[in-house]
Design a protein around this ligand. Structure first.
Ligand SMILES: [Zn+2]
Length: 444
């Protein structure tokens, strides 16, 4: 038996093996350690700041339109009589499809002719896919047709603002706002996507019966059921009768009650950050349910689909099916507030907040990467504080996030270390400060 002595070759082998092991260990553990350290370093205030920044960004409307009613892009294009089979219906259908195509989504029409109580009519559902090949889709829907009414003697026509021009415009705006993050998400995880459906023929031509109503959704539910597509539907969300002041929402399906509770929580968070446009009573409740409302979800429910989130104002707003359901009777702050809740909730369904990377911006000692990290994210990159509120209530800064519209690219507004932008109520001057790092205020 011989005691083997190490030679230089053995030594090189050992060093190489040790190196490989260390590298593997480093690669597998460094990510989680970084997260741990980061979490340790964050104070409760910083965590609140991060959450505030997430909410401020994810609820922001990047595409406000000065020309449209309630500054909701495209609302006025939809606010026309659009009874199935009419030119108005056709124009709105094309407009909705165009807006979805602008997002680079694939769009198809589910067009069919059906005998109705007033004769043969053509209907066409508009369907947009953010990710046509996904295994699972969150389906977000509203109806775009308007109820048939004769004009008043003065020539006023029924345009169905809450019913359902506003829900259609809200969906388009929310998708505009979330699309960049959604596309980024789909690159990382191509298994999920969003489908937007604008149903035609929801309204009855005469009185609501099982055969004279929801023509479009009955057709699509039957089609998707026969194609086995229900398996691919993660959630079916229906917006209806939105735009009047003070709506209340409650769940009508036990399978989706938790989504209503979550929206109640999100509403509370947004409210506490002072991000709502006007103070209002709570729209969502922690608990409670409503039953028996007939709408476009019914054909899906009737075929055994249960994951339905019916976002309808209940009780119905007073202008429902009246000539007063028009632009003048909308409550714009309510529309904007609701969009913030829904937009944040949809973003959360897809974990979009994880793509914003606000946390990283707090960790750099110099803070020099703050804006470059956030700049991937369109124009929503800073948290905006109302200067007056900051100066009068310094102790409550974390509750004072307020987004003020930003038209100039952020890089030209702020130097790199700036995380928080402050805008005075008089619009100018713009001040940039870093609240997290307590850097000196900069004036531009
Ligand atoms: Zn209606």
């Amino acid at each position: 038996m011989r005691h083997k002595r190490f030679n230089s070759f053995d030594f090189i082998i050992m060093i190489t093996i040790t190196g490989v092991i260390c590298t593997v260990l480093f690669i597998t553990t460094s990510g989680s350690e970084e997260v741990l350290h980061r979490k340790k370093r964050l104070t409760p205030q910083q965590k609140r700041d991060i959450r505030g920044a997430e909410i401020a960004g994810l609820t922001y409307n990047n595409y406000l339109s000065e020309e449209d009613t309630c500054r909701l892009k495209g609302l006025d294009q939809i606010l026309v009589p659009r009874v199935p089979g009419t030119l108005g219906n056709r124009a709105v259908r094309d407009y909705l499809a165009g807006r979805l195509r602008d997002l680079q989504w694939s769009v198809e029409f589910d067009t069919f002719t059906q005998n109705t109580i007033i004769g043969q009519k053509e209907f066409s559902n508009v369907i947009g896919y953010s990710n046509p090949t996904a295994e699972k889709h969150v389906v977000i829907t509203a109806h775009y047709d308007s109820k048939i009414y004769p004009p008043t003697p003065e020539g006023k026509e029924f345009v169905g603002a809450i019913d359902s021009a506003v829900p259609c415009a809200m969906i388009l705006s929310m998708m505009d706002n979330l699309n960049k993050l959604l596309m980024k998400k789909q690159l990382k995880d191509p298994s999920r996507g969003i489908i937007v459906v604008f149903f035609d023929g929801e309204e009855a031509f005469k009185d609501w019966t099982s055969t004279d109503s929801i023509y479009g959704s009955r057709h699509l539910a039957q089609k998707w059921k026969s194609e086995g597509f229900f398996e691919k539907m993660e959630l079916f969300v229906l917006l209806d009768l939105l735009g009047a002041k003070g709506p209340s929402f409650a769940s009508s399906f036990s399978a989706t009650e938790h989504h209503f509770k979550r929206m109640w929580q999100l509403e509370t968070e947004i409210k506490n950050l002072d991000l709502f446009e006007a103070k209002d009573k709570m729209y969502f409740k922690e608990k409670g349910s409503i039953w028996g409302i007939e709408d476009d979800h019914k054909p899906f429910e009737a075929r055994g689909y249960e994951h339905i989130v019916h976002l309808i104002a209940a009780p119905f707003p007073p202008q429902w099916h009246k000539m007063t359901d028009d632009a003048e009777h909308l409550d714009c702050p309510t529309i904007h507030n609701l969009m913030k809740i829904f937009q944040l909730w949809i973003a959360e369904l897809f974990d979009l907040h994880k793509l914003i990377n606000i946390e990283n911006t707090l960790d750099r000692k110099s803070g020099s990467s703050s804006i470059s990290n956030l700049s991937n994210w369109s124009t929503v990159m800073c948290i905006f504080l109302d200067v007056n509120s900051v100066s009068t209530k310094p102790g409550k800064k974390s509750n004072l996030y307020k987004i003020i519209s930003l038209t100039t690219p952020i890089q030209t507004l702020c130097l790199t270390e700036v995380l928080v932008v402050v805008k005075t109520p008089q619009t100018l001057p713009l001040l940039c400060i870093s609240r997290i790092r307590r850097l000196p205020v900069r004036r531009f």
